[in-house]
Design a protein around this ligand. Sequence first.
Ligand code: GDP
Length: 478
Amino acid sequence: EGDILGSLYSKGVKPDGVQTLDKDMVKMICKDYDVEVIDADPYKVEGLVKRREILEEEDLDKLKDRPPVITIMGHVDHGKTTLLDHIRKTKVAASEAGGITQGIGAYKVQVPVDGKTLPCVFLDTPGHEAFGAMRARGASVTDICIIVVAADDGIRPQTNEAIAHAKAAGVPIIIAINKIDKDGANPDRVMQELSSIGLMPEDWGGDIPMVQISALQGQNVDDLLETVMLVAELQELKANPDRSAKGTVIEAGMDKSKGPFATFIVQNGSLRRGDIVVCGGAFGKVRALFDDGGKRVDVATPSIPVQVIGLNNVPVAGDVFEVVESLDTAREKAESRVMSLRDERISAKAGDGKVTLSSLASAVSSGKLSGLDLHQLNIILKVDLQGSIEAVKQALQVLPQDNVTLKFLMETTGDVSTSDVDLAAASKAIIFGFNVKAPGSVKSYADNKAVEIRLYRVIYELIDDVRKAMEGLLDSVE
Ligand code: GDP
């Protein structure tokens, strides 16, 4: 490590322990040490990189395993809540279960695997709205997504959205094919549908684990949890418990007697009673910590959710928190955070940073692509007929992608909806509609979220606009 720091100095970088290195620097250093650099699909590793940003150089030789954090998503009524309830009831240790009065937004579960018992953590707010809202704020707490698909219903619109969110965040997916106890359940058909949209079941030689369960009766839920732990093991989830804490707020509110409270998921370090924290525009000294069973605790280690009392204000889910030295520092940081949020809002109103075809075009023509993070154009495609999906996709995919690569986050039939806009906002994507409408309410929603919706009736025009943007020539069209 000392060597690496030395060679950073020799390249003119003064490492202060918190900055991230740009890709070229990393490549240079890896070359010095004869380490192969795999420049993977930035889209796929986005989640991994985000997680890694939480870690700092000093942590690298003190890393310990941490439990995975899991979100359950899927179409309404496919059984998310039932699954969460079943897991909570049967897997949370009895002594703790007795103490549960009100959830804190996440809970820890012990899973027996290979004769050991390993912990994992479930976020208690199912659905992709919460996941998307956190992503839109840059938060990435989830390590694994379980997507529930009812065996008697198959893929539905929110299933697609959930898959798109998980993929865009680079989070591994496990499919729970639910309700296999029901008459009319057809798990094979669900697997076929999933494979037709690119999620190939492991059992069929693909890489997506799929477990057939009945959340209502608890059938195979143990298998599902074991699969979660296997996937987690492959991810090598680690953090350094031996330092001051950093993490993300997953829930917050105001209690009449306790004042502002917030549930934190610690992502690095350990949080202790008495620590001084700043999160978003709020700060304070941690007066008390409560675990998921409502029990007072003195410390929370990585991945473990705790409710924190002692903040001066209510933070927002998705806010990052960190422990700082003194209340003065905390106050300063909180204030500057409030200021920068205000600036962000002003510039969002002015449309700065909005991803549009013309911003892409001008980035290409001015050679500022990488600076703007636009080397990839994220696309959400809405079309009138299933058959149009392939037609539009294929026509776009044959465009030369030397400067800009096209990434399809989601392609479905139907008019543009607010949840399409949410996905676009969280993923910095543009929505393309072909022979579909965007209702006025959706348009104004998109305006507020700085999302561009482009509607077309002629395939050629759609393709031509994208091509021009990728070549830096769109101004003439806009
Ligand atoms: P959510 O909207 O995805 O959270 O779905 P819920 O968990 O609320 O479930 C919707 C309905 O499906 C409820 O009436 C559940 O009792 C029922 N349900 C959930 N899982 C199963 C299952 O495995 N088998 C059967 N037969 N019904 C289920």
